[in-house]
Design a protein around this ligand. Structure first.
Ligand code: HEC
Length: 143
């Protein structure tokens, strides 16, 4: 009995490792996200934003779920819950996919979500907190 349990644990761990190894970041990543209204698309209020608070939001504070659960610790779209989603969470580390994604575009999607995808609106975040998390993503996770 004990041996079979150990085997099962081993098998599950192996599967997990293999799965993680192959669930690599997609780049370039296809992007069909709707464009923010023009006035917001070109808006950028990250100048005075707080990247350290943004990191805390990204990694744990955001409700109902931290951004990293889907976007991954490194923001490359490989978070634990991201694998099952179609389309996949945005890979912020992929410069080619991110080239037209302005701070204002990010703000719009974080506040309103991307309809028909796993990206839900984050109504619990105040405007300032959204700029904080955008600053963190742009400074630390984008390449
Ligand atoms: C439940 C999974 C999930 C969580 C949690 C999540 N996202 Fe996303 N996110 C997605 C998916 C899926 C997409 C891709 C949407 C699309 O293709 O239109 C996405 C896309 C984005 C984009 C790209 C917008 C664009 O125009 O390309 C930004 C920015 C973003 N998310 C920021 C965040 C931030 C910040 C948080 C935390 C406050 C967060 N996300 C939490 C799943 C998630």
């Amino acid at each position: 009995m004990k041996k079979s349990v150990m085997f099962l644990v081993f098998a599950v761990l192996t599967l997990f490792a293999v799965n993680t190894a192959f669930a690599g970041a997609e780049c370039p990543q296809k992007r069909a996200t709707k464009k923010a209204p023009a006035s917001l698309y070109s808006k950028d209020e990250t100048g005075k934003a707080d990247a350290a608070n943004g990191k805390a939001i990204f990694e744990k504070k955001a409700k109902p779920m931290a951004c990293k659960m889907c976007h991954g610790d490194k923001g490359d779209g490989t978070g634990k819950l991201g694998g099952a989603l179609k389309p996949k969470p945005r890979n912020f580390a992929c410069a080619e996919t991110m080239k037209d994604v302005t701070p204002g575009q990010m703000f719009w999607i974080i506040q309103n979500g991307s309809k028909g995808t796993g990206m839900a609106p984050f109504k619990t975040l105040k405007d300032g907190e959204i700029w904080d998390v955008i600053k963190y993503i742009r400074e630390e996770l984008m390449k």
